[in-house]
Design a protein around this ligand. Structure first.
Ligand SMILES: *[C@@H]1O[C@H](CO)[C@@H](O)[C@H](O)[C@H]1NC(C)=O
Ligand SMILES: *[C@@H]1O[C@H](CO)[C@@H](O)[C@H](O)[C@H]1NC(C)=O
Ligand SMILES: *[C@@H]1O[C@H](CO)[C@@H](O)[C@H](O)[C@H]1NC(C)=O
Length: 352
């Protein structure tokens, strides 16, 4: 009892201290645990008194939960107040800055693009639960450039995906996450229906086998990004309907892009390939996107991972689908494979 009270007291004190630090550091617009941080080996830039360059660059390391303020969301960065542009568009996130990490990795940061036009938006399209966030974090770490999103998910933004809060068409991010019409978000319904057109048929189609993706989708629906659905949620009538519905959604999302678009704007990525050969898969995708590949960053990724938030694996070895559902999934994989072969001379590595 006494221990618990002591712990409460410590937590409150820590929160107070953090808040005070934030306030004293003039953390305008930086909510929560925000503060700035400078990697120990980088020399501070020479101060230029009176000029705007005298502001410290916003440097963020994992765990600091720095998020672009709500008032700026939905506004194109060119219309932001100058001070916000200077602060946020120069922000750097250091994915390998905590823990026992060698200095070669510690100092590698992720930045916003500053010289692209909005015509270069490109969707990272996936059925929910297909590792979209994980692939984004991987690409950011190796490419050194933030990705974006059509969702503005505060949880993901606070975990280091700073581009999450920008408009997808800001022109400052290299890929923008979308699940298209595979999710029903009231705010995005109209956009989602037309997302292929909104992106001008430029997209990376990210695939994961529907069985694994549907299970992850169920966890996401029931438990959020890191939580889990109870085992009972994978049983009974409601689960059967869920699976039947999601299999059709999986087919339609990818078919939509493959039917509507010329092959030249489409790139293909397979989650399972990233898991099997991370370095190779990242190199290939970045090359496809025209982002230079830094071999040092690949080595850091292979050694330390991207630091992406991940759901713990659960119910492994438990069969969550029956034979009929497996057959339905094999059929939609066949359907999409035919389109992939015709459009991209590509075949998903999923055996029947
Ligand atoms: C953007 O800047 C980088 C580095 O300065 C340069 O290599 C690249 O070609 C530029 N891209 C465009 C589209 O201007
Ligand atoms: C689903 O329910 C049946 C019957 O109650 C049971 O035999 C089976 O193990 C359950 N499966 C899961 C995945 O919970
Ligand atoms: C399609 O891919 C196969 C190997 O994956 C290759 O042998 C073949 O030449 C390709 N066909 C075309 C038209 O590019």
């Amino acid at each position: 009892m006494a221990m618990r009270r002591l712990r409460h007291l410590c937590v409150s004190m820590a929160a107070l201290l953090l808040g005070l630090t934030w306030y004293l550091s003039g953390g305008r617009g930086v909510p929560g645990l925000a503060t700035t941080w400078r990697p120990s080996l980088s020399p501070p830039p020479p101060p230029e008194a009176g000029s705007s360059n005298s502001r410290r660059r916003l440097e963020i390391k994992p765990g600091f939960q720095v998020v672009i303020p709500r008032r700026l969301r939905g506004v194109l960065p060119r219309d932001w107040p100058r001070k916000d542009r200077e602060t946020w568009l120069n922000a750097v996130y250091y994915p390998w800055a905590v823990g026992r990490v060698n200095d070669a990795c510690r100092l590698l940061g992720i930045r916003f693009l500053t010289n692209v036009t909005s015509s270069q938006t490109r969707a990272l399209v996936s059925f929910p639960g297909s590792g979209n966030t994980w692939v984004r974090a991987t690409l950011e770490a190796v490419g050194g450039v933030f990705t974006g999103s059509v969702y503005q998910d505060g949880f993901l933004a606070a975990s280091g995906l700073l581009g999450e809060m920008l408009r997808f068409d800001s022109g400052l991010t290299v890929l923008q996450k979308t699940h298209g019409d595979a999710t029903k978000s009231p705010a995005l319904n109209e956009f989602s229906r037309h997302h292929v057109r909104e992106f001008g048929c430029r997209g990376v189609l990210l695939f994961r086998h529907p069985a694994a993706a549907i299970v992850a989708h169920r966890h996401l629906d029931e438990g959020g990004h890191l939580g889990h659905a109870p085992l009972a949620a994978f049983n009974g009538t409601e689960w059967r309907q869920y699976v039947a519905g999601k299999i059709a959604v999986w087919r339609d999302l990818y078919s939509h892009w493959l039917r509507e678009c010329e092959p030249s704007g489409l790139r293909i990525a397979v989650y399972e390939r990233f898991r099997a050969d991370l370095g190779g898969a990242v190199r290939r995708l970045l090359a496809d996107l025209g982002v230079p590949v830094d071999e040092n960053r690949i080595q850091c990724l292979l050694k330390y991972g991207s630091g992406s938030v991940e759901r713990r694996k659960l119910y492994q070895g438990v069969e969550l689908f029956d034979e009929d559902q497996r057959e339905q999934m094999a059929r939609v994989v066949d359907t999409v494979n035919k389109l992939l072969l015709a459009k991209k001379n590509f075949s998903l590595p999923y055996l029947r």
